[in-house]
Design a binder for this molecule. Structure first.
Ligand SMILES: *[C@@H]1O[C@H](CO)[C@@H](O)[C@H](O)[C@H]1NC(C)=O
Length: 789
């Protein structure tokens, strides 16, 4: 925002316009209304830059002293103009001549004393009250405002025909401010008001009531007086004032605001009003002064149905409580409300009472109220909200004498039920019982009226609804919100339950029995509980999603996971967890099946396809390739003439000659066979050793025959030949036929060791495997070899 005084309402748009205007904000808050609120902004004059589409303009509580034609003439859509609490002294109604749609004009609480008339026919609400007018500010032109409904006026003197120009209008409300009304000795003025339903008169807040005007109104239904200050001496002035006003048979409602009076005068007012047609008498903000003595009041037949007194301040400290309470307890009316008072008690009426409705909200009554009282036999509703009640047992006992009682509200007290040894007695007629905001615990369920249909127990200390309780078969609505319950109740004891409110408790795992046992349920509100989002809650979510969403109050927004941390704040609606992770049996079965399939597959592979053989062969092949790559060339440059020497048993010679040798020679592998490359003059063993030494590798074709007959030839050599000890690198063992470990003679440690390490190649009987066998053999020779010839 800049400090620029230039308004920035250039770029006017229909949704929201903000403008800087004499340091304040102009804002269209509501799309359709185009309201500008510049109240309480220190304005001294009407802003020059109001948006021309403005419909509602609030400039109240400022320092504006003038309303001029150019200020608002361009606001052709203006409907509401609020200028109350300013400093306007004069008004020319013709400044409004272009505001043809103006319906609501509030000029109250200004300093108006002079007015020029002009017809503003569209006005419905015109408030000129709390100004400095001398006589009532009535223009003949107001008579043209046929829609006028509310008229606020002020004057210091009244004349009988002041209101004649508007006598033909059918007003709903006239507010007449007489705060500065001048009392002129004993001269009694009179004022004729025609046609208004409601008349509200406001007097000076601190002066003793002294207005003596004969006001007569036709069709008056509702009369309200504000600021009535009385003592024993001027009490009759009010009676005189009221006598004309209360004459009409239509006056049903009388309200007195801010009344200060002696007790005696108050009782006098009651006495005065009792035979009048008034049906509803309300007194708000009553202050009792001086003293309270016993006042005799005989209650003649009355039209009065209801007396309501809210907020009493008692300035009398020492007095007889009886004198005070008797006046109320003996009233022969239907409804009595006395709330927000320092009253500590109310008496039991001395004879059968007419009260049907008693409301004693926010007093300081104790458990002894209406104790052993049997005269309230027509009482249907009793409200004792916000008092000092403590013992639920006594409350039950109190109702015993009220055979018609249907609604009892004892909420916001300090009620407890601790009398385990005694059964509660309640009157059976109670259908609505409000026990909310007390300190009741689980035991309350043993002390309830048997026919209750609506039970409010919210905001107490209930942890559990006990299973063993007297059945509440009529109970339809149960509110146990804001307690410490950890589960939903079943409906075993509440067979008619149709609405359950159980939000804000400590329910983590709501059990789903609820849905099966509560067949009649039509509404459930269970949000704002600390739901534990785990497997257990799935059933609940499922049940709740199955019933219609209108039945589940607050769904889905107030049903959220509180635990575990990872799901905190997730709406239950969006919480999903797989079937598998919740069902242990299923999990075990799944794992079992997987393992089984794996085992079967492996077994199948091993048995039918000889997988271990393939693995072994592939492993050896890889190792050989690796070794070949890492063998330094010099090492190979030894005095070598052959790639391989083959040793075998005579029994296996057919295989060697038909299978092995052709295959190797096809690969250009040179072979030393001891019978083929035999050096005459040397022993067989020398020949063999010679052959071995000239060969890069030695191939042994192992078979049971070989082991039995030939191995010994080599053992000797092996025992001394260090090359062999350096590793089996140069040794290729081919297992032509399986040899069992047992069949190897125990002296051949070396062979046994080699066999256990499985460093041999098995000759597969299946043709299909032979490719891999040969590949392995070839790999063993797969190296560049420069043979010394
Ligand atoms: C019970 O009284 C409380 C106020 O104390 C009110 O909010 C609530 O609506 C009442 N319950 C019923 C069922 O009337």
């Amino acid at each position: 925002m800049t400090e620029d005084k230039e308004p920035i309402v250039r770029n006017f748009n229909f949704v929201c316009v903000m403008a800087l205007l004499v340091g304040s904000k102009i804002q269209f808050s509501d799309e359709s209304k185009f309201a500008v609120d510049v109240s309480k902004t220190g304005l001294t004059q009407i802003p020059k830059d109001l948006p021309p589409k403005t419909r509602v303009l609030d400039m109240s509580h400022n320092y504006i002293s003038e309303l001029q034609f150019p200020d608002i003439s361009f606001l052709s859509d203006l409907e509401v103009l609020i200028l109350s609490h300013n400093k306007i002294q004069q008004l020319d109604f013709s400044v409004l001549r272009f505001n043809q749609g103006l319906e609501y004009l509030d000029l109250s609480h200004n300093q108006l004393w002079k007015m020029s008339c002009y017809p503003v026919v569209s006005l419905k609400h015109l408030d000129l009250s709390f100004n400095d007018f001398d006589t009532l500010p009535i223009c003949r032109e107001f008579g043209n405002s046929m829609q006028l409904d509310f008229l606020g006026l002020s004057a210091t003197k009244l004349q009988q025909l002041d209101l004649l120009p508007i006598a033909h209008l059918h007003l709903s409300y006239i507010l007449l401010d007489l705060e500065d009304y001048n009392v002129k000795g004993n001269e009694i003025e009179s004022l004729q008001i025609l046609n208004t339903k409601k008349l509200h008169l406001v007097f000076h807040p601190n002066r003793l009531f002294s207005v003596q005007v004969n006001i007569s109104v036709n069709t008056l239904e509702y009369l309200e007086l504000t600021n009535v200050k009385l003592n024993d001496e001027n009490c009759h002035v009010l009676m005189n004032f009221l006598s004309e006003l209360t004459r009409g048979p239509s006056l049903l409602n009388l309200t007195l605001n801010h009344v200060e009076t002696t007790w005696k005068c108050l009782v006098t007012i009651f006495r005065f009003l009792w035979p009048k047609p008034v049906e509803y008498l309300n007194i708000y903000n009553l202050t009792i002064i001086e003293n309270i003595r016993k006042e005799y009041l005989t209650y003649c037949n009355t039209a009065l149905k209801a007396l309501k007194i809210e907020h009493i301040t008692n300035r009398v400290f020492i007095f007889s409580q009886n004198a005070l309470y008797t006046v109320f307890s003996e009233m022969n009316i239907l409804m009595l409300t006395i709330s927000d008072t320092p009253f500590i008690h109310m008496l039991c009426p001395g004879k059968p009472s007419t009260f049907k409705f008693l409301n004693f909200t926010q007093n300081v009554f104790t458990d002894s109220v209406f104790e052993n009282c049997s005269t309230l036999d027509r009482l249907e509703t009793l409200i004792l909200q916000k008092n000092g009640l403590k013992d639920l047992f006594k409350v039950g006992l109190m109702t015993k004498g009220m055979p018609s009682l249907e609604i009892l509200d004892v909420s916001q007290n300090s009620l407890e039920f601790n009398r385990y040894e005694r059964n509660c007695t309640w009157v059976e007629s109670i259908v609505v019982l409000n026990l909310s905001s007390n300190i009741l615990t689980d035991s309350v369920f043993r002390c309830l009226p048997p026919r209750v249909t609506v039970l409010d127990l919210h905001n107490n200390r209930i942890k559990n609804i006990p299973k063993q309780i007297t059945k509440l078969e009529a109970l339809q609505e149960l509110n146990v919100a804001f307690n410490y319950l950890t589960d939903l109740p079943g409906c075993g004891a509440f067979s008619s339950l149709s609405a359950l409110t159980i939000d804000h408790n400590s329910i983590s795992y709501p059990s789903t029995d609820f849905f099966s046992s509560c067949q009649k349920i039509r509404s459930i509100k269970a949000g704002n509980n600390p739901f534990q989002c785990s497997c257990e809650i799935r059933e609940f979510i499922k049940s709740i999603s199955q019933i219609s969403s209108e039945m589940v109050k607050g769904w889905p927004e107030s049903y959220k996971c509180a635990y575990p941390e990872s799901y905190k704040g997730t709406p239950l609606q969006d919480f999903h967890i797989s079937q598998l992770s919740c069902n242990t049996m299923l999990l075990i079965v799944t794992i079992g099946v997987t393992v089984l399939v794996l085992v079967v597959t492996v077994t199948f592979l091993c048995i039918c396809l000889d997988l271990p053989w393939y693995l072994r062969m592939i492993c050896q092949w890889t190792q050989t390739r690796y070794r070949a790559r890492n063998t330094p060339l010099e090492e190979l440059q030894r005095n070598i003439q052959f790639h391989a020497f083959i040793s075998y048993s005579e029994h296996d010679s057919a295989w060697v000659k038909n299978e092995l040798v052709p295959c190797l020679e096809k690969e250009d592998i040179r072979i030393c066979l001891h019978e083929r490359n035999f050096v005459p003059g040397k022993s067989i063993i020398e020949n063999i050793i010679n052959c071995i030494e000239k060969s890069y590798k030695s191939i042994f074709v192992l078979s049971p025959n070989f082991v039995q007959s030939e191995w010994c030839h080599y053992e000797l050599y092996f025992a001394h030949h260090k090359l062999f000890h350096e590793g089996s690198d140069n040794l290729i063992l081919i297992l032509l036929e399986p040899i069992s470990q047992n069949s190897i003679p125990s002296k051949y440690h070396k062979l046994k060791a080699l066999m256990t390490k499985r460093t041999y190649l098995e000759w597969p009987t299946e043709k299909s495997k032979r490719g891999l066998f040969w590949a392995n053999i070839r790999a063993a020779f797969n190296m560049k070899l420069a043979l010394v010839n």
